[in-house]
Unconditional design. Structure first.
Length: 226
């Protein structure tokens, strides 16, 4: 009887070891979209082969640590492996990933025991597509002159113009007449349905030049109009 139990235990643990031996292999890991945006859903697709017909993928989860994203895929199998090469493809979905460059490491676990791994790179950009900028018809004028400012971005939901911090009316184009000499800060805040961006520049309103003439009390020659 003891021999029977000993043989059973040896066979049992041998089968458990065979699970890891059969295991499975990862062939490719890919991410999409690439590059991705922080506000998009990112799909990590792992493809490979299961070497037992009765292996099943029970789930997947990911964690983020600095610039490393770890995706763990859980595979389960019974005590006995039914040998067969079965292709598999597992799609794991991630969202709200901060902008940055990452290494995505995919690990597979067979009944909780590490089996295989493979990694790929992922670049995540900011969701905001607004890159506000504008041009001015002039950068230096005299009092009483006007300048036209034109935003480079068309189709924004809002154009917010400010002169020295005070909001002024205007759309993609804004015109202004300046009566007083000085330096003025021009700021544009542009936004769409997802985010806001701003930029600023300055213009100079220069006083008229002062022209002086010397007083001439004696003409050099009569009629010379000194």
């Amino acid at each position: 009887m003891k021999f029977f139990y000993l043989s059973f235990l040896i066979s049992f643990f041998t089968l458990l070891g065979m699970q890891s031996a059969y295991a499975q292999g990862i062939n490719t890991v890919s991410v999409s979209p690439a590059p991705a945006l922080a506000c998009s859903t990112i799909t990590v697709t792992t493809a490979g082969s299961l070497n037992c017909a009765n292996m099943t993928i029970s789930g997947s989860a990911h964690t983020t640590s600095g610039s490393l994203i770890i995706v763990n895929i859980d595979i389960t199998i019974g005590i006995i492996c039914l040998p067969a090469i079965v292709p598999f493809s597992r799609a794991h979905f991630m969202s709200n990933i901060n902008p940055g460059n990452y290494r995505v490491l995919v690990n597979t676990y067979l009944n909780g025991v590490f089996a295989d791994s493979m990694s790929t790179l992922l670049s995540v950009g900011a969701c905001c597509s607004v890159n506000t900028s504008f041009t001015a018809s002039k950068t230096a004028i005299c009092p009483g002159d006007s300048i036209t400012f034109l935003a480079a971005n068309s189709g924004l939901s809002n154009y917010g113009w400010k002169i020295d911090g005070t909001s002024v009316a205007g759309g993609q184009q804004m015109g202004r007449r300046f009566q007083t000499a000085g330096t003025y800060d021009i700021r544009l805040v542009g936004s769409d349905t997802t985010c806001t961006d701003s930029t600023n520049s300055s213009i100079q309103v220069v006083n008229f030049p002062t022209i002086t003439f010397p007083n001439v009390t004696i003409e050099n020659c009569p009629g010379s109009m000194d």
